[in-house]
Design a protein around this ligand. Structure first.
Ligand code: AMP
Length: 302
């Protein structure tokens, strides 16, 4: 079934204990669509400036990502993010963020052919643009999932509150769940989020894994025990992309399918962090995903 991803396409400048990179390809939409592409072709809605290199577009085309929805705006500059990770690799600091073409007035161009997508992922980006995109869909998607981050919880609280009743699921990390609700306990925070609208919430807890919560069930999934973490950037976005990609491939959106898709998402995110930017995902094969998934399944069975 079809999958639409809206999110940022960006220049990332990254410092980690393993090294640094300048202006490499990144962005929530880029990571999410790339990760989804291992399961199903994704339609990407995003916007970049005229400084976006053709080579970056070609790298997305290589994975069969549909780029009809990638707007290249002349006279504008691409979103640029600079981040630094600390020794433990779980904590990072944003040193600089220039939203540029993705600033407040960004209204996504949604091609006619995308307006009836079955699955929709609202990857990290402004909730104003997410609301705008949902209003442009001509048919209600079977499943709409949003990912959010501290930046938008702090800067766009009202549009985010307006978005929550319009989505089926919300993905965020534990500190963001606490920030959104003011609750200290992560499970309590997740329950509060359910009261705000979505029917399920997935809370990521870094190397402690993630949990799924709905009104009827709670399920836990550990993180893949990676020994090689080079650059954590995009782990969250590729988790969300692989999750929706796996669901769209199966055509299902029931809780058991979501939990099975979380295992695949965990495995793909574990690969993302093994290299800078898209480096590791660009060499990743479906066979590698399947073999790690089999190993992961053995690890969590008892
Ligand atoms: P993650 O590591 O999964 O949280 O996502 C990191 C990605 O999010 C990077 O590739 C950044 O370019 C992108 N990013 C950072 N800040 C923003 C923002 N305010 N809006 C959209 N994307 C962002």
């Amino acid at each position: 079934m079809s999958l639409l991803v809206i999110g940022s396409a960006a220049f990332d400048s990254i410092q980690t204990p393993s090294g640094s990179r300048e202006k490499v390809i990144g962005g929530s939409g880029v990571y999410a669509a790339f990760a989804a592409s291992f399961f199903t072709p994704a339609r990407l809605v995003s916007v970049v400036g005229e400084d976006w290199p053709d080579d970056y577009t070609a790298r997305l085309q290589k994975r069969n990502i549909d780029l009809e929805g990638l707007e290249i705006r002349s006279g504008a500059q691409t979103l640029a993010w600079t981040g630094k990770y600390f020794e433990n690799l779980n904590d990072r600091e944003t040193l600089d963020i220039r939203l540029n073409v993705m600033g407040e007035e960004y209204s996504p161009l949604v091609p006619e052919s995308y307006r009836e997508s079955d699955f929709v992922l609202l990857a990290n980006g402004s909730p104003v643009s997410h609301l705008d995109l949902l209003a442009k869909m001509t048919a209600k998607p079977r499943l709409t999932v949003a990912d959010t981050m501290d930046f938008y919880i702090q800067n766009c609280p009202d549009p985010l509150r307006e978005l929550l009743p319009q989505i089926d699921g919300l993905i965020l990390n534990d500190s963001e769940a606490r920030l959104l609700t003011g609750e200290k306990n992560t499970i309590t925070a997740a329950r509060r989020i359910l009261e705000m609208g979505p029917t399920f919430v997935i809370v990521k807890k870094g190397e402690n894994g993630a949990f799924y919560l709905s009104r009827r069930a709670i399920r836990l999934i550990p993180a893949y025990p990676s020994e090689k973490v080079v650059d954590p950037t995009g782990a969250g976005d590729s988790f969300a992309g692989a999750l929706l990609g796996a669901l769209a491939a199966s055509g299902r959106s029931d809780p058991e399918s979501i939990i099975a898709a979380m295992a695949r998402a965990t495995v793909v995110a574990g690969y993302t962090v093994e290299g800078f930017s898209l480096e590791r995902l660009e060499t990743l094969t479906e066979g590698e995903i399947e073999s790690r998934l089999a190993a992961f399944r053995t690890m969590i069975t008892f």
